[in-house]
Structure formats: structure tokens, C-alpha cells
Design a protein around this ligand. Structure first.
Ligand code: DQA
Length: 147
């Protein structure tokens, strides 16, 4: 199995950025933790982080063209605005799991809408970095059931 981990704007600033919402783990530490978890399971992993919406659309398309078996996606602020990302996810037959570090359900009204959710097999919120590991588990389960 090969999974792409796609992260949106300002997630590169994890650790520095609003630790009361996103914790103190840095992006590099999170990446290392996900990589180690996937290695243990024998899952290949590829990371993309971008602050640009079009790059995230490209990442979803590339995941398909390069034969990914799943996408773990935290679109960050684009979660709440991006029809383009929703359409990209719907365009490719690659299962995706939506992850948010913070518990969106307890935050501002504008964070209650997720455009991408409709194209994802599962949404995980409020588990911090562990949410990414649970998303890997969900994709592994999905793969075992469908292939
Ligand atoms: C986030 C939640 C979004 O509302 C926010 O814009 C982010 C991070 C999260 O992981 O909790 O950038 O996706």
C-alpha cells in the first residue's frame, strides 16, 4: 500500500501556530511520527504540504496518477472554502480521509462547513497528530475490505 499525506496552508508552522488549537508538535515531528508508523505497517508514504490551493488539487491528481491507494487530507482553511478540492477528490477513484487536528465541532461557525467531507470515506477531528495515524488505519481497513 502507498498513501499520500496532503496538508494545506500554515500546517508547516505546526508547533509555532496557535498551540492551544494545534498542539506543540512541529510539522517535522508529525511527519516523522507518521513515517515511522507507516514503516512499521509496511505502508509507503509520501508527504505534500502547500499553502496554495492549486498545489493541493495537483497533489490529489498526482496521487491518482502515481498509483496511491489512499489520501490523508488536511486541507486546513481550504476545507471551508474549496469546491476545487472537492471536485478533484470526486474526479479520482482514490479513497480519502479528512483529518483536522482541532475539534472543528467546537470552533467558529465558519469552520462547521467542510466542502471536502462529501468526497471522503471518513472525517477525523480533535485528535491532534494521532488523527493522521487513525486515518492511515482507516485507509488500511478500507483497502483490506475492497481489494
Ligand atoms: C484545521 C482546522 C481549520 O479550520 C484551520 O483553518 C486549519 C487547521 C485543523 O487541523 O484543525 O488550518 O484544518
Amino acid at each position: 500500500m502507498k498513501i499520500w499525506i496532503v496538508n494545506g496552508p500554515s500546517l508547516n508552522l505546526l508547533g509555532l501556530r496557535e498551540p492551544e488549537h494545534y498542539g506543540r508538535e512541529t510539522y517535522g515531528q508529525l511527519e516523522a511520527r507518521i513515517r515511522a508508523y507507516c514503516e512499521e505497517k509496511g505502508i509507503g508514504v509520501h508527504f505534500i504540504q502547500s499553502n496554495h490551493e492549486g498545489d493541493l488539487v495537483d497533489a490529489v491528481q498526482q496521487a491518482y496518477f502515481q498509483g496511491a491507494d489512499g489520501i490523508v487530507l488536511n486541507p486546513a482553511a481550504y476545507t471551508h472554502t474549496s469546491v476545487a478540492l472537492l471536485d478533484a477528490l470526486r474526479a479520482v477513484p482514490v479513497p480519502a480521509v479528512e483529518v483536522h487536528l482541532s475539534r472543528l465541532e467546537e470552533r467558529e461557525d465558519f469552520r462547521q462547513v467542510s466542502y471536502v467531507r462529501a468526497a471522503c470515506i471518513k472525517t477525523i477531528t480533535g485528535m491532534g497528530g494521532d488523527g493522521y495515524l487513525r486515518a492511515v488505519d482507516a485507509l488500511e481497513d478500507y483497502h483490506a475490505r475492497h481489494f
